[in-house]
Design a protein around this ligand. Structure first.
Ligand SMILES: [Zn+2]
Length: 476
């Protein structure tokens, strides 16, 4: 392909504040329709918005964690348009003067270091939600619970060059917001949503090509697929000598295609103007500094610490810090087991595979760090072998019984007693004169045969290291 892909992303993240951005209504997800509403968030004449300080705090934290400059003065504007889920007839959003500007995110994509610019982060309110599946099939219903939920919109520079980079950027950004505990990052419920601007240009061209905006992608997988589809679609049009129409397109996850939603000509003129009911937002430097001190350990810093404290490989670290919950789970397991490498192996290989096979993640995990930590201790003490450990792990995962109890009830104890094992090895040697002869004449591979026989007799409970040593002592 002679074309360079240019991608910029706009992310909307719902803030986990107790109350909405301009009123005292609860910001809880999942309440009965219109339970969390008042005159302000249903746009009644004469009602006045009052800015939620916590939502400002969260926006500043997002800015600080992404290297943004925090604006001393920012302004809320009215973005005017009509839609039934927007009772005021306008959305309050920061427009010309956003609260955060000029940040960046560092990524590693397929082994290459990349830096993606963040143009701005601004605050705004979410709209309500329409439902077309109520009792009356000929009516649409509206739920204003979501109306007035605090959002931040994070706008990137058009710095991404592939769908892989776009997905990695989103994963990192989401991870940062979750670490900050300002957003739950749930893409399916829409608390973390993304629109993508995509264009192609010939390599070496300085001007950007005409872009399309992609919407309606509610998982990382869909983001990847939608961008890939759109790149191919634009490429084919350009190769045919056609030109790209500037438009908004929706990702159709059932058909795996993007579909035109509206063209530039149909785009709204939002007639922005500063909201006369809200004063400019002035943020003192001292407040910003005190919030900076409150920032938790962010993923990149945690990765450095894991490397230093636990001496893990980069691949281990990348997985473990991919979620705060997983990183905390890991550290708890290390505390119990006192074995950082084994803790990483059991969590990464066994635990995540089991969760994954059920379509779950660490948030749904019932097994505790105490479970896994005790299992590692049993193996390290030599009470059970690593192989037995795997079957104990499975049972522990299913029943939530502690490994000590599983080992006891199944009689799964590793035999490490030398005199007992010696007896068994001697019997096998007596029964296999040919193999002994061959082994002695240099066919060292037969060691495996003897170990295998011992394992058969002991139902896999013999300690392999001890058995190896005994065989070598007796016939090696
Ligand atoms: Zn309200």
């Amino acid at each position: 392909m002679d074309y360079e892909v240019v991608i910029g992303l706009e992310v909307h993240a719902q803030m986990l504040t107790e109350t909405k951005i301009f009123c005292g209504c609860s910001n809880k997800f999942g309440s009965a329709p219109n339970e969390n509403t008042c005159p302000v968030c249903t746009g009644q004449p004469g009602s006045l918005p009052v800015l939620n300080k916590k939502s400002v705090e969260f926006a500043i934290k997002a800015g600080l964690a992404t290297g943004c400059k925090i604006a001393n003065k920012s302004v809320f504007a009215r973005k005017n348009y009509f839609y039934p889920d927007l009772p005021k007839g306008y959305q309050i959003s920061q427009y010309e003067l956003p609260i955060c500007i000029n940040g960046k995110l560092s990524l590693k994509v397929n082994g290459v270091d990349r830096e993606i610019g963040i143009t701005r982060i601004h605050m705004e309110e979410d709209a309500g939600k329409l439902s077309h599946e109520g009792v009356d099939k000929n009516s649409s219903y509206v739920d204003y619970n979501r109306g007035g939920t605090p959002l931040i919109e994070i706008v990137s520079e058009p710095d991404m060059r592939s769908s892989d980079e776009a997905v990695e950027y989103l994963k990192q950004l989401r991870n940062i917001l979750v670490y900050l505990e300002i957003c739950d990052g749930n893409m399916e419920e829409g608390s973390f949503r993304c629109d993508a601007n995509i264009s192609l240009r010939r390599f070496g061209a300085s001007k950007f090509g005409t872009k399309t905006e992609l919407k309606n992608m509610n998982s990382f997988r869909n983001v990847q697929k939608a961008i890939e589809f759109e790149i191919k679609r634009q490429f084919e049009i350009l190769e045919d000598g056609g030109s790209i129409k500037q438009e908004t397109r929706l990702w159709n996850a059932d058909k795996n295609i993007t579909e035109s939603m509206r063209s530039k000509e149909e785009a709204h003129d939002y007639r922005y103007f500063p909201d006369p009911d809200l004063l400019p937002l002035i943020v003192e430097e001292s407040w910003v500094e005190s919030l900076r001190r409150e920032l938790p350990e962010l993923p990149s810093d945690k990765g450095l610490r894991f490397k230093k404290s636990y001496n893990l490989a980069d691949e281990d670290i990348d997985v473990l810090i991919s979620s705060k919950k997983l990183a905390d789970f890991y550290e708890e397991t290390v505390k119990v087991s006192d074995d950082p490498q084994s803790a990483s192996n059991w969590i990464r290989v066994e635990l995540l595979a089991l969760l994954n096979s059920e379509g779950k993640d660490i948030n749904d995990c019932k097994v505790t760090p105490q479970h896994i930590g005790s299992l590692i201790k049993l193996i390290n003490k030599g009470s059970i072998s690593g192989k037995m450990g795997k079957s104990v792990f499975k049972e522990m995962y299913e029943t939530l019984k502690f490994p000590e109890n599983i080992v006891k009830s199944k009689g799964l104890v590793q035999i490490s007693d030398e005199s007992e094992l010696k007896k068994i090895v001697k019997q096998i040697i007596d029964k296999s004169p040919n193999e002994v002869e061959q082994y002695k004449s240099g066919k060292s591979k037969l060691l495996g045969f003897f170990v295998g026989e011992v394992m058969k007799q002991t139902k896999g409970q013999a300690n392999p290291q001890v058995v190896n040593q005994i065989i070598k002592d007796l016939i090696g």
